[in-house]
Design a protein around this ligand. Structure first.
Ligand SMILES: Nc1nc2c(c(=O)[nH]1)N[C@H]1C(S)=C(S)[C@@H](COP(=O)(O)O)O[C@H]1N2
Ligand SMILES: [Mo]
Length: 516
């Protein structure tokens, strides 16, 4: 019996190990900034009180990260051993525990990395592999018991019989899983070395940038409204890359060429030498549906593209800049939008921190007023001054409009669609955006009632979104709530529904709530 617990514990540990190993391999293959185990230990660091962190740092000095990682691995081993022991009694309960591990890992990844389709893949593959290994191994253990029940002593003395062969099978499978786990873990770590080097370089950067607090008055102060500043980890992520490009700042070069009087080649240091400006800019995606989440606002720091282009002296007949990323993605931007005085920039940082690899480290473009697909090239390495007639970019080849000015839009953040509310005073609040034109007015309509003018928060720049709120005296029943915005040119958002393709969705965001 005691032996069985031990084997159960071993089954738990090697199964969890396989899950961890494969998830590490997968995250390295996807070039994610942090493997799931690193994400978990970073989250633990975040959640532990500062005093504990300081104690750890004072003991371990600069080796606090490896120590933390070691402790996380140890904790995982202990927990999975316990689950393995449990598995001998109830496989289902143990499987549930493994799924719970997977959820915890998923949450940690969610907290530490910017999400995209592939972000959760390592956590999922790790959980599935761990579950399968645990199930197979524990079944082998159970077989060993069923084969010759009650012959424990005979088996122990004689060392033979079907029970022994099942147990031997368990050991063979168990060692197989253990070897795979170690191979995947080591392989993943080796494969992830490039990523680790870039991460170390990124952390070592001391950029002359500030993280400024949000300007005064930009918040309506209603819980549930999207924060005015979006952190890099919370910023939506859209790109076509499977493996995030890993570029050391020292290796980065930007070529500026094409229809120019003076071609340039700039290094990261060249950008720093030019001095960095910053600006609040709201970035959004053309494929954001009405009411959708693909939008965020940050303080971007970088070099103004107008200055770089001025040095390159574009030919007067040029009307476009084709930008290319390290992974070959392309984008076409009107030259005018880069030179007309707006804060179009080569960004090195967001919210006072170097860009994360997912958001374009070391350098990306950011242009107020244009959708990302025609302007916000991440990992940018090439700018060709040209004419729209001479090329088509990645998304324009696929049916999207060559020009992508952001459409005037608005979104209800609170209440949420489907909420049940109490009758009485209820704030209806959200965000509206019309980058580089500015929001002049937001109106809300309850059912078929009149459009009511919402209160707008402060608007320190026309390049960022603007919060709004309307106090509503909610009466019992089911209500539809709609919102529409008017921009500073006087244009009011159309209620006409349009799909995201080819140049952005239109229509009023509409939700339904129950008032009890
Ligand atoms: N290299 C590269 N840059 C890219 C893309 C891409 O697929 N590859 N997608 C663009 C699109 S469609 C958008 S909306 C923005 C999204 O930027 P984010 O992921 O930092 O939020 O990046 C743009 N830059
Ligand atoms: Mo996009």
């Amino acid at each position: 019996m005691k032996n069985e617990r031990l084997l159960g514990a071993a089954a738990g540990v090697v199964s969890a190990g396989l899950g961890l190993g494969l998830s590490t391999l997968a995250s390295s293959w996807l070039q994610q900034r942090a493997s799931p185990i690193v994400a978990v230990s970073e989250s633990i660091l975040r959640l532990t009180p500062g005093a504990v962190d300081e104690a750890v740092i004072s003991v371990a000095g600069h080796n606090d990260k490896p120590l933390l990682l070691g402790l996380t691995l140890l904790g995982t081993a202990v927990l999975s051993a316990v689950v393995g022991v449990l598995a001998v009694r109830s496989l289902l309960a143990a499987q549930a525990a493994f799924v719970a591990f997977g959820v915890v890992v998923g949450l940690a990844v969610h907290a530490r990395l910017s999400g995209s389709q592939s972000t959760y893949f390592p956590a999922v593959i790790g959980t599935v592999a761990g579950l399968v290994a645990l199930t197979v191994l524990v079944r082998r253990l159970a077989d060993a018991d069923v084969d010759e029940p009650g012959l424990e002593t005979a088996y122990a003395v004689a060392g033979g019989g079907g029970r022994t062969s099942s147990r031997r099978q368990f050991l063979v499978w168990g060692s197989g899983v253990a070897v795979l786990a170690v191979a995947a873990g080591v392989g993943g770590t080796v494969l992830g070395r490039g990523r680790a080097a870039v991460e170390a370089a990124r952390r070592g950067l001391r950029l002359p940038v500030r993280s400024r607090p949000a300007p005064p008055g930009v918040r309506v102060g209603v819980p549930g409204v999207s924060p005015w500043v979006t952190s890099q980890t919370r910023l939506y992520r859209v790109d076509t890359t499977l493996a995030v490009p890993q570029i050391l700042p020292a290796d980065w070069r930007l070529r500026v060429h094409g229809m120019v009087g003076r071609p340039l080649e700039l290094s990261y240091q060249d950008l720093l030498d030019r001095g960095l400006d910053d600006a609040w800019i709201t970035l959004c995606c053309v494929s954001n549906p009405v009411g959708g989440p693909l939008i965020g606002n940050a303080l971007w720091s970088g070099v103004r593209l107008a200055d770089v282009l001025a040095d390159a002296r574009p030919h007067p007949s040029a009307d476009a800049v084709k930008s290319t990323s390290a992974d070959g993605w392309t984008s076409g931007t009107p030259l005018r939008a880069l030179t007309d005085g707006r804060n179009a920039m080569l960004a090195l940082a967001a919210n006072g921190q170097p860009l994360t690899p997912e958001h374009g480290f070391p350098v990306r473009m950011i242009v107020p007023g244009l959708y990302g697909y025609v302007s916000a090239t991440k990992w940018v390495v090439d700018l060709e001054v040209t004419q729209f007639g001479n090329f088509s970019a990645f998304w324009t080849e696929r049916g999207w409009s060559p020009l992508g000015p952001v459409k005037t839009e608005s979104r209800i953040d609170v209440p949420r669609n489907g909420d049940t509310l109490h009758a009485g005073q209820v704030p209806i609040a959200g965000v509206a955006w019309a980058q580089h034109r500015g929001i002049a007015k937001v109106e809300v309509r309850i059912g078929s009632g009149p459009w009511q003018v919402a209160r707008l928060a402060a608007d320190p720049t026309i390049d960022s979104w603007r919060q709004w709120v309307l106090q509503w005296d909610a009466t019992p029943g089911t209500h539809e709530i709609q919102v529409r915005a008017t921009d500073d040119t006087g244009y009011t958002q159309t209620g006409q529904l349009a799909d995201v393709i080819p140049d952005g969705a239109t229509g009023w965001h509409s939700i339904e709530v129950q008032v009890a």
